[in-house]
Write a protein that binds this ligand. Structure first.
Ligand code: NAP
Length: 489
């Protein structure tokens, strides 16, 4: 069954797989339906790839690989720059499709498109600056030349929460480095990925350089790709649980792996913080994307002396948010991705209540057609509540109280995750000292946002391996080659 194109967008709502130069129907004839989380209705469909289609995608990427790697960096980067320009041109259509398939507020979707486009601009500038190193061996016997070469065919796997930005954060550096790729977007939000690669083809990306597959049998299809010795890179963004599985699977062919995984971000408010600014930052850190972000503040750790004032202001700001269909201009918090997500949030809130937490606003899913959850603030949350350890991935802000700096750092680090930490204090020395002590790949000091294509994004501990963005992001798709030479021969 094909769904008519949505009247608000020119985006193809029923794309087929992109393999080489062909928009090809998947071998499984049943299509995968795409749901609108705001209504639960169907908005489109995508082709369903099996293992044979996945192998064709690897063939196409492998065949295109030599030509793309041999293309001059300047030519590759001119194409990436055009991708930036064309995505910016089509920003409204893309934002609309993101909001429709993901449920997020259109304001958030517009922000995501701008962020997604910036990865093309950044890497179009970075790709012409692949440098090498030269040194002399301490023995004096030879020079050490190091050059960076494209790693090869790359498998890119992305989640549903940022369907545009998580894809471009991988595709842009891969292409800038001279790699070709197979993208497997999340099954819940595939339309944005197809729309972006269609724009990339218009921008001049040659056939086979980017291939896209969607599948209803993700595990076996991805496993087959990881067992193909031509695939040399896995770049994954998603949950820590799936990341662990993929690391095990990548071990079979010793595939170089980058992992952007889950988070459990602490948001620390010290007694000397500017509370207005802390609440403003808290709203961004918590409510960007309705709380469905790996960077979402998951635990508010607040000094006892300011806990009441901070909580009051946070409750007031959260209560004012308008919940509704993402495509409505006045919506602040759109629908969650699906009913399971709403149920999981409710379970975490109920568990916290059962162990003594107090609900100050929200706290119960409304009985509506779409998958909504109201902005919620809890205080008196005991450390035994499950939400102290688990990603909430929704608009729920639990508040915990601390007394000393040491206690704040200990609580912040008491998690298997280490993606990002937020902290508010007016004392810069203290801020930098605490930043150094926090076990996180990124720290936001008196800010509610860290994401920036020019910055190395990534986590420590079980939040991941490697970095995306900045110079680091491109090196993830390159191998250093060392040449020993003594000049004379
Ligand atoms: P997920 O369930 O791990 O899925 C992510 C991707 O992996 C999807 O494309 C999914 O495909 C695929 N996948 C699932 N099971 C697989 C398997 N057995 N083998 C191969 N691939 C598999 O994560 P999600 O629910 O989409 O996203 C939310 C998670 O992503 C959260 O934990 C969040 O913190 C994390 N995240 C991290 C970052 C970061 O930069 N660190 C950014 C965004 C999100 P299907 O859709 O077909 O299942």
């Amino acid at each position: 069954m094909l769904i008519q194109a949505n009247k608000n967008t020119d985006v193809d709502m029923n794309p087929n797989l992109l393999i080489g130069e062909e928009w090809r129907e998947g071998s499984r004839k049943e299509r995968i339906m795409v749901e609108d989380p705001a209504t639960g209705g169907t908005i489109g469909s995508v082709s369903d790839a099996d293992v044979s289609d996945a192998m064709l995608a690897v063939d196409a990427a492998y065949t295109a690989g030599h030509g793309w790697a041999a293309t001059s960096a300047r030519d590759r980067c001119e194409i990436l720059r055009r991708c930036f320009e064309l995505i910016t041109r089509d920003a409204n259509e893309l934002a609309n499709i993101i909001s429709l398939e993901n449920g997020k507020a259109i304001k958030d979707a517009r922000g995501e498109v701008a962020y997604a486009a910036e990865f093309f601009r950044w890497f179009s500038e970075e790709g012409v600056r692949a440098r090498g190193d030269i040194g002399m061996a301490p023995s004096g016997n030879n020079h050490i030349l190091v050059q960076y070469q494209p790693i090869g065919v790359s498998l890119l796997i992305t989640p549903w929460n940022f369907p545009a930005a998580m894809a471009t954060r991988k595709i842009a550096p891969a292409l800038a480095a001279g790699c070709t790729c197979v993208l497997k977007p999340a099954t819940a939000t595939p339309l944005t990925a197809y729309a972006i690669v269609r724009i990339m083809l218009e921008a001049g990306v040659p056939p086979g350089v980017v291939n896209v597959i969607t599948t209803s049998t993700t595990g076996s299809v991805v496993n087959a790709i990881l067992n193909d010795s031509r695939v040399r890179k896995l770049s994954f963004t998603g949950s820590t649980e799936v990341g662990r599985t993929l690391l095990r699977e990548a071990a079979g062919q010793v595939i170089n792996s980058s992992m952007e995984l889950g988070g459990n971000a602490p948001f620390l408010v010290f007694e000397d913080a500017d509370l207005d600014s802390a609440v403003e930052g808290a709203m961004v850190a918590k409510m960007r994307n309705g709380g469905e972000a790996c960077t979402a503040a998951n635990r508010f750790l607040v000094h006892r002396s300011v806990a009441e004032a901070f909580t009051e202001r946070l409750v007031s700001a959260m209560s004012r948010l308008k919940v509704g269909p993402g495509v409505n201009e006045d919506t602040d918090c759109g629908a969650m991705i699906n009913n399971e997500a709403v149920k999981k949030i409710q379970e975490l809130v109920d568990d916290a209540k059962a162990v003594g937490a107090r609900v100050l606003c929200g706290g119960a899913a409304t009985d509506e057609k779409g998958f909504y959850y109201p902005p919620t603030v809890l205080d008196n949350v005991p450390l035994t509540a499950k939400m102290f350890r688990e990603e909430i991935f929704g608009p729920v802000a639990p508040i915990y109280v601390f007394e000393t700096e040491e206690e704040a750092i200990r609580l912040a680090n008491d998690t298997e995750y280490g993606l990002v930490a937020y902290l508010y204090t007016k004392d810069t020395g203290r801020g930098l000292r605490i930043s150094a002590a926090l076990e996180a790949g990124m720290v936001a000091l008196n800010r509610g946002l860290v994401s920036d294509p020019a910055a190395p994004f990534g986590g420590v501990k079980q939040s991941g391996l490697g970095r995306e963005g900045a110079q680091h992001g491109m090196l993830e798709f390159m191998e250093p080659k060392y040449i020993a030479t003594s000049w004379a021969c």
